[in-house]
Design a protein around this ligand. Sequence first.
Ligand code: AP5
Length: 219
Amino acid sequence: MNLILLGPPGAGKGTQAQRLAARLNLVHLASGDVLRAERASGSELGKRVESYMDSGALVPDEIIIEVILTRVRAAAGASGILLDGFPRTVAQAESLAEALSAAGERLDAVINLRVPDEELVGRIVGRRTCPTCHAVYHVTANPPAKPGVCDNDGTPLKQRTDDTEAVVRNRLAAYREQTAPLTAYYAKSGLLHEMDGTGAMDEVNEQLTKLVQDLAGDR
Ligand code: AP5
């Protein structure tokens, strides 16, 4: 199955995608993680995307589309792809459809995680991530066993440079203007499934897994 997890910054896309991909053996492709890895490596691409990411703006389509579609093409045909953070514009959605079709694949479903803005800001400002394994924590909602250290590999946790309140407001504005229209776009093709993302992480994960298993059964 090829799936997209859609939703505003902080909706829980990364948290849920990691769990769902492990449970259902899907390739998890997170555009934000790909870009952060490029920055950490000091690559030319990493330098080109730095200012957009730090201000909370979207990276231009002409840069991100090729970066992500290269990975989609490489993963196509395996047990399935779970996209997190891509597409974020209608142009990205159209290019994804073309790439999947060229690989003899199709998109099976788009799941939109809904969380109100006031909750998103608290989630993002309290987020801590592991630079080694990309595990996602929250200082109160999902703390590591030992404060400030990743449970999986003992790496010191970091706060993302774009996880400040001011940048979050810009990210939410970019989401509303450029990404939210994708819900109508995918509703039109019958692929959209709305999901409440406000419950506890485990509850959301159970509901999401059940939805995806039902969809797989209907194929
Ligand atoms: P990206 O890394 O994709 O960030 P984002 O979409 O803003 O999403 P987040 O990672 O902030 O949130 P999430 O929904 O994954 O939530 P998480 O699970 O971590 O993109 C970063 C930047 O890269 C963009 O701003 C842009 O510049 C660029 N970019 C990336 N893709 C692009 C594209 N396609 N086009 C153009 N530019 C692109 O959870 C958040 C926190 O909440 C965590 O602390 C978690 O522990 C906690 N939490 C999760 N679920 C719950 C719950 N149920 N209850 C309580 N707390 C919870």
